[in-house]
Ligand binder design. Structure first.
Ligand SMILES: [Zn+2]
Length: 198
């Protein structure tokens, strides 16, 4: 059986694509501010690997909050870029796309160890949504092959070349890296850690 990867265009999913070579990549523009840059990064990474890429546009911006959509964070938001139920929504859309491709039985996501602090970044969430989707048509599950690794460890183990990593986009605010948001901070921190090792 085969896997489809939810390829955001950020460094975690790009490294996972390089490492695990799924059968299909799916990039979703859900109305987030950096969607264009993420899609271009996903396109370049997929092209380099020879990976078929499906792009989907579904405007969920009216449901978002915080930095990714450019509105004040909702009261009680755990992070400045909190978008309620985002991973659940994106996985459902990705599974609907994957269903059109014969043989795909798993959606891979680029969750890493640092994501376990989020409710939808932990193994219990993946188990629950896999169980839910397998109850429905298609019987597609969800897995995160890099969940036991940090972002830096994932990039290292993946063997993704530095120039390909340079195409990835992690900014939460815009299509040009702001160098100040949590996405940019993580991106720079991983690159700095890797530079010490390369
Ligand atoms: Zn940024």
């Amino acid at each position: 059986m085969a896997q489809a990867l939810l390829l955001s265009g950020g460094m975690d999913s790009a490294a996972l694509a390089w490492w695990k070579r799924p059968a299909l990549a799916i990039n979703i523009d859900y109305g987030q501010r950096p969607a264009a840059a993420e899609r271009e990064a996903a396109r370049m990474v997929s092209q380099e690997i020879g990976l078929p890429l499906e792009t989907v546009q579904i405007d969920l911006s009216s449901l978002g909050s915080g930095t990714l959509v450019g509105t004040p964070a909702l009261p009680g938001a755990p992070t400045p870029e909190w978008w309620p139920y985002r991973n659940q929504l994106l996985l459902t859309f990705a599974a609907a796309v994957a269903l059109r491709h014969c043989g795909i039985d798993t959606i891979w996501i680029g969750s890493v160890r640092e994501d376990h602090i989020n409710g939808d970044g932990n193994p219990e969430f993946r188990e629950a949504i896999s169980k839910l989707m397998k109850l429905q048509e298609g019987s597609i599950g969800v897995d995160a092959p890099a969940a036991h690794l940090s972002s830096t460890e994932l990039v290292e183990v993946s063997g993704v070349p530095p120039d390909v990593l340079g195409w990835t986009h992690s900014c939460f605010l815009s299509n040009e890296p702001c160098l100040d948001c949590r996405g940019c901070a993580k991106h720079l921190s991983v690159l700095n850690a890797l530079r010490r090792r390369w």
